[in-house]
Write a protein that binds this ligand. Structure first.
Ligand code: IFM
Length: 737
């Protein structure tokens, strides 16, 4: 497995190119600005690459997955012909190769010394960034330096509309215009009729004359520049790209055209300054410092970086998919990964972004209402996988992981219902941290109330046991499906109903008009609210008073006991080892489930309960090959039971998820939940930040080799600076904004 070849606190570097691992590195080297992201492919292409770029909100219909984020027309394309020979790493000799991503600024660069098949040696340097200050701008800068020849270079900078999503084509050509220095292309999605317009401008700096042409090839306009180079006269240039969709503006082609016309090249230095300042602001808000552990430091920044480049700053109708905007995995769909794993970073450091992400759920509430209705329930039931509308888009059947000729039924979209409570939880957490009453009043309350109503109508009365239950569900641990009374689901549902009543009371006393309006619009009657109370009072929430154990679901303890230690050595998941049904019959779990509950609702459980459950579930959890969502939560819970070294092992498993491709699937995209979990593990785990309505406190538990942890978080609009060292575990101070 290829790992970063040198460790730098702010850089991810690669000094050896191995085509076998190129897709992993493309994910790692994804850059973006929260509007669109581009995978780290080579400008000139390479066989077997996963050449993709994604823009938030651009979904189109697709078989099996219903809808998917569409791979944008390719704007990175830059082909070079050096004295008549095509530059490509697929041929010739690679004498030097070095790639580097600067996490501080999102600058991706590549330095190469390459000998062509005919023996000409050239030094090449490529740099690119996607502007954080100008969200529709990408810039590529290149320089070509012949070392032992002179001749003509030809530079071809294209916009290619012939892209696809793993061979499924979404774009249809709509319009284009090409002149020798600039080109424009507009494409439209087949079903959803979303348009995207791209424009490019090619600027060349050469001491010799530059001859230019525009090839107006349909759906693939190309700008061509030719000039003379020699060792004394290298050439450089910029490919400037603009990108707009009709989600932001009625006529994207017109804006792109206007921007092309106004372009005053070279643009790099000016655009860079604004971009770098914008990044500096992000890091001032979000950086986490870990001294004494370079690997952890780098990984934490890498995780934060990838969430920041996927975070919608201007758009409240989109959210971050499980694989961010960095790959095809899960087709851009949004899961609980966003609210429970990624959102806390934003809530506590960039609350404006958290508000956008939560607003996405408000804008998709109608889809959730449709889902509840279709299933025969009241209120709103959020989809397990969500895209543009909030309708359920989890595939029902997918090819089997071991034998793709067989299909597997996917049940999560039908019965993994805890997501509605997860969303309510994230809203309550955001409100608690920010005190943003306006959001709660205008949007959050409606979500919490209508989803609470779903929980009440979904609860089943068991007359024999005189209790409410939720049967036939899937909890966070997806090794077990069709289970009854998953503890996580039941406790969260009870918390949710209680919270809904609390919010109603708050509205009634602070904003009586909003209260009246909501009660009327949602047709909330006193009888219905009394029924919620009844569900709260009688909902089955298991806890064995003697052992302190919480049974993950009914009958879990009767399943075949399996300890992970007894399965070693292994290099596959428990599900692959035992088969789907086989794993279902054991106590092996894919990710923390009861522990997840204990993490989210700490006030409801004693230290003894936490410890008993930690000891029971930890050896039964598939930490290495189960879900990537697990290790960070496991790390936090290990801190809570006072085992920082054990916590560190889990933490590093999360921290390495994408950098070292520990699960072997990083090519599908960044594990966004794991990235968010890494931030949480430092802040809520090692630094021990605990929050409640009355304030926050810190209880650090640092790994023995960490010398200092420092970060900033926002509490009710006030920045708090935290510093923990082994000598002085919890120094904090409020800093002036
Ligand atoms: O949401 C997760 C789930 O918890 C485990 N399987 C993958 C999903 C997407 O990351």
């Amino acid at each position: 497995m290829e790992t970063p070849t040198s460790r730098s606190l702010w850089h991810i570097e690669q000094s050896h190119f191995d085509p076998q691992n190129q897709r992993h590195w493309e994910t790692v080297f994804t850059i973006g600005n929260g509007v669109f992201c581009a995978r780290g492919v080579f400008e000139e292409g390479y066989r077997g690459e996963e050449r993709a770029a994604f823009m938030h909100g651009l979904f189109d219909d697709v078989p099996i997955h219903f809808t998917e984020l569409v791979n944008l027309p390719d704007a990175l394309e830059l082909e070079l012909f050096l004295a008549g020979e095509r530059f490509s790493l697929e041929q010739g000799t690679l004498l030097e190769f070095h790639r580097r991503l600067d996490l501080r600024t999102g600058l991706l660069e590549r330095r190469i010394r390459w000998r062509s098949p005919q023996g000409r040696t050239t030094r090449l340097h490529f740099q690119r960034f996607i502007s954080l200050a100008d969200p529709h701008l990408m810039l590529i800068r290149f320089s070509i330096h012949p070392l032992d020849y002179q001749g003509q270079v030809e530079i071809r900078a294209g916009l290619n509309g012939e892209t696809d999503n793993l061979q499924f084509k979404h774009w249809e050509w709509q319009d284009q215009a090409t002149s020798p220095a600039q080109a424009r292309l507009t494409c439209i999605t087949r079903k959803t009729h979303l348009t995207v317009a791209l424009g490019t401008y090619l600027h060349i700096e050469s001491q010799a004359d530059v001859e230019r042409e525009g090839w107006d090839v349909r759906n693939h306009p190309v700008l061509v520049a030719r000039t003379q180079v020699s060792p004394e006269q290298p050439v450089s240039g910029e490919k400037i790209v603009y990108l707009y969709s009709n989600r932001e503006t009625a006529n994207p082609a017109q804006i792109v055209q206007a921007r092309l016309t106004q372009t005053n090249a070279p643009l790099w230095d000016k655009a860079w300054l604004a971009h770098a300042i914008a990044w500096q602001r992000e890091w001032e808000a979000c950086d986490v410092i870990i001294e004494g552990d370079e690997e952890a430091q780098q990984a934490v920044r890498f995780s934060i970086f990838h969430l920041l480049i996927a975070a919608p700053r201007q758009d409240e109708r989109v959210s971050i998919g499980a694989k961010t905007l960095s790959g095809y995995g899960y087709r851009g769909h949004v899961f609980w990964d966003t609210e429970i794993f990624m959102l806390p970073l934003f809530t506590y450091t960039r609350p404006e972004i958290a508000r956008n992400l939560l607003s996405y759920r408000w804008h998709t509430l109608e889809g959730a209402r449709r889902k509840a209705r279709r299933n025969g329930y009241k209120g709103a039931q959020y989809p397990w996988e969500s895209a543009a509308t909030g309708d359920e888009v989890t595939p029902t059947w997918v090819p089997h992981f071991a034998d793709p000729t067989q299909l597997i039924r996917i049940w999560t979209g039908d019965i993994e219902i805890h997501i509605s409570a997860d969303i309510a939880y994230a809203i309550r957490q955001y409100w608690q941290a920010t005190g943003d009453d306006t959001f709660m009043r205008e949007r959050g309350a409606e979500i919490i109330l209508d989803t609470a109503r779903f929980w009440a109508s979904r609860a089943e009365w068991n007359p024999d046991l005189e209790r409410f239950e939720y049967t036939d569900v899937i909890g966070p641990d997806e090794y077990h499906d069709h289970v009854d009374n998953n503890a996580y689901t039941n406790y969260l549902a009870r918390w949710h109903l209680n919270t809904a009543l609390e919010i109603l009371e708050w509205l009634k006393s602070h904003f009586p008009e909003t209260y009246a309006d909501l009660a009327q619009r949602l047709e909330l009657t006193p009888e219905e609210l009394a029924y919620w109370q009844k569900v709260i009072a009688h909902l089955y929430c298991p806890l064995d008073a003697q052992t302190g154990l919480i049974e993950q679901f009914e009958g879990y303890f009767q399943r075949k006991d399996v300890l992970m230690a007894d399965l070693e050595p292994r290099n596959v998941s428990v599900q692959v080892l035992f088969g789907i049904e086989g794993a279902n019959q054991t106590q092996a779990i894919k990710q923390p489930d009861v522990l997840m509950l204990l993490y989210l609702l700490p006030d409801q459980f004693s230290t003894e309960v936490v410890k008993a459950n930690y000891d029971y579930y930890t050896p039964r959890t598939d930490h290495t090959f189960g879900s990537s969502l697990g290790p960070s939560i496991q790390a936090i819970m290990a801190c809570r039971v006072g085992r920082p070294q054990e916590a560190y092992e889990h933490f590093m498993r999360a921290a390495r998820a994408d950098l070292e491709n520990v699960r072997g699937n990083a090519e599908d995209g960044i594990h966004g939940a794991s990235a968010g979990g890494v931030w949480q593990a430092v802040v809520f785990g090692f630094a021990g930040l605990q929050v409640s309505d009355s304030g926050w406190s810190l209880k650090p538990t640092l790994p023995s080799h960490w010398k200092r942890v420092a970060f900033k978080f926002m509490w009710r609009g006030q920045p708090i600076y935290v510093e923990a060292t082994p000598q002085n575990p919890s120094q904090t101070h409020e800093v002036s904004p």
